[in-house]
Design a protein around this ligand. Structure first.
Ligand SMILES: [Zn+2]
Length: 264
């Protein structure tokens, strides 16, 4: 069966102030779920109990505590596969995956490709399959993660790699940062019509208390300045903010990222 044949059922579990832990329903056995980046066990356990679901596997994108902190608590419910990047800072993993490796969970009818996307951290990975992308803190809606460990060239290449996935790909990010990211995106591109329209939609969604995610890659390529480093308007905004010419897209990316780091 082609990998896109199964449309995923994914529900968010909120954790901390703005994290999302994603629960992917097994297409084969809908009472079983896979948790992505469970930074906290309690809200996941509450959701499993409320909906009478069973945890069947855990996927981890990177080592930050708000993405892995709930793993030991969840494993107390029973041992399940824990698939994670090859990084010694991630305990409890049962399998480390590298770039291009497949994570098959045949009993659940699920399979994902591993994409190495260094930048936010050096060992950050994303999981792609069934038309969905679980990208942790690499790509956010209308923004991207901070570069804690990588460099601009790396992070720009990681984002370009994600940008090449099919445009209809559903993007499941690790945080609800969309509204704040859009304020920055519209500072970079004040006349971006899609971003303006997205902002009013996001305002309505947030006013109702709902998640703005998943996004889609096609929307992100229209509104997310970090995926638009090769677009003239983004480049000239970055150049005038940096006060110098930026010859390469990764230099545009670096200028945008440090601009955003200062942006309030
Ligand atoms: Zn992180």
């Amino acid at each position: 069966m082609p990998i896109h044949a199964v449309q995923l059922n994914v529900r968010p579990v909120r954790a901390f102030s703005d994290n999302y832990i994603w629960l992917i329903e097994s297409p084969k056995s809908p009472s079983q779920v896979v948790a992505v980046d469970p930074g906290d066990a309690a809200p996941v356990i509450a959701e499993l109990t409320r909906r009478n679901l069973k945890l069947a596997a855990i996927l981890l994108t990177h080592h930050h505590p708000d993405h892995i902190g709930g793993v030991p608590g969840l494993l107390r419910l029973g041992q399940v596969p824990v698939i994670a990047p090859d990084d010694e800072r991630i305990p409890y993993k049962t399998r480390a995956v590298r770039n291009g490796e497949r994570c098959e969970l045949p009993d659940l009818g699920l399979g994902f490709e591993t994409l190495e996307v260094p930048g936010h951290t050096v060992s950050h990975i994303a999981f792609w399959g069934h038309g969905a992308l679980f990208c942790g803190d690499t790509l956010f809606s209308a923004g991207c993660g901070r570069m804690f460990e990588g460099n601009p060239k790396q992070m720009n290449a990681s984002l370009n790699r994600l940008r090449e996935l099919p445009p209809e790909t559903q993007v499941y990010c690790g945080h609800e940062y969309t509204a704040a990211n859009l304020r920055f995106a519209l500072t970079v591109e004040p006349k971006n019509a899609e971003a303006l329209e997205y902002q009013s939609r996001v305002d309505r969604i947030r006013a109702a208390g709902d998640p703005t995610l998943p996004s889609t890659l096609s929307l992100e390529t229209q509104v997310n300045p970090f995926l638009r480093c090769d677009i003239g308007s983004v480049r000239s905004a970055a150049e005038s903010h940096a006060g110098k010419n930026l010859a390469e897209p990764y230099e545009v990316f670096a200028a945008l990222r440090s601009w955003k780091d200062q942006f309030r």
